[in-house]
Design a protein around this ligand. Structure first.
Ligand SMILES: Nc1ncnc2c1ncn2[C@@H]1O[C@H](COP(=O)(O)OP(=O)(O)OP(=O)(O)O)[C@@H](O)[C@H]1O
Length: 236
């Protein structure tokens, strides 16, 4: 475990329930600036519930979430965004009838300037080419890039991505891995990504956790990863 005082994201003993049914049973981890952490697990193991808990979309039953040293555990989602955490949800959730540019601008709601920073289009040139097209007309991979761009304009310290490779073709998955590595290096971001694709996690993550039944059951540094062991958790 890293020293919590240096952590950009510190998650301590988080429990989350749907009514009487507890889905997360005490999740704890820290992540540093310029570090990517992958959370691996099959469907229904708690990845989405964890991200919604970190963002405040679901209330914590108990536990604490700190972003850059600030306790955000009781904050509404928009306050958490202002304190430096951003979310790319599963399924991307872009607005199909808005243009690419307008989709990115929805992330700039609380910013002084509504113009999309050049840096964003430099990272994702395809979004610049397609800036006047409707979001709904983009391919899955382009929509994923758009969802990442929209999250990045809030200038987060911590970026959460829920299964970014879902439904995306392998060649584009490589592009997304490259973009995430560039963004992390450029902004010294903390990235937390949930995944079922191990090769993608190995391309981006410094550390990997396995979640099962709402608990972390395995942790490994990338260099020490026993890939066969991780795969045994991912196969049904
Ligand atoms: N709205 C809900 N009401 C009740 N239980 C829920 C709800 N959403 C999820 N759960 C339960 O919480 C547990 C964790 O689900 P979660 O969606 O977080 O898993 P996941 O790992 O993100 O899987 P997936 O990749 O399918 O989204 C599951 O047992 C699921 O049935």
């Amino acid at each position: 475990m890293n020293n919590a005082t240096n952590a950009n994201l510190s998650v301590q003993d988080v429990h989350t329930a749907y009514g009487q049914s507890e889905a997360l049973h005490g999740i704890s981890f820290d992540a540093l600036p310029n570090e990517t952490v992958a959370i691996m697990g099959r469907n229904g193991m708690g990845k989405t519930t964890l991200f919604k808990s970190l963002m405040g979309i679901l209330p914590l039953k108990s536990g604490q979430v700190r972003v850059a040293g600030h306790d955000v555990s009781r904050d509404e989602p928009f306050r958490r965004v202002a304190k430096g955490i951003a979310y790319v949800p599963q399924g991307r959730m872009i607005f199909p009838t808005l243009t690419v540019e307008e989709n990115i601008q929805t992330g700039l709601e609380n910013a002084r300037s509504k113009s999309v920073p050049d840096e964003i289009y430099a990272l994702f040139p395809v979004l610049f080419e397609m800036r006047r097209r409707k979001g709904g007309n983009l391919s899955g991979g382009q929509q994923q890039q758009l969802a990442i761009a929209r999250a990045l304009v809030t200038d987060p310290k911590v970026l959460l991505l829920d299964e970014p490779t879902e439904g995306i073709q392998p060649s584009i998955i490589k592009d997304i891995a490259k973009a995430l590595n560039e963004i992390r290096e450029m902004r010294k971001l903390t990235i937390v990504v949930s995944e079922q694709v191990l090769s993608f996690a190995m391309d981006v993550a410094d550390r990997l956790f396995v979640i099962e039944g709402g608990r972390f059951v395995h942790e490994t540094a990338r260099a020490d990863t026993d890939q066969a062991h991780i795969k045994s958790y991912l196969s049904v």
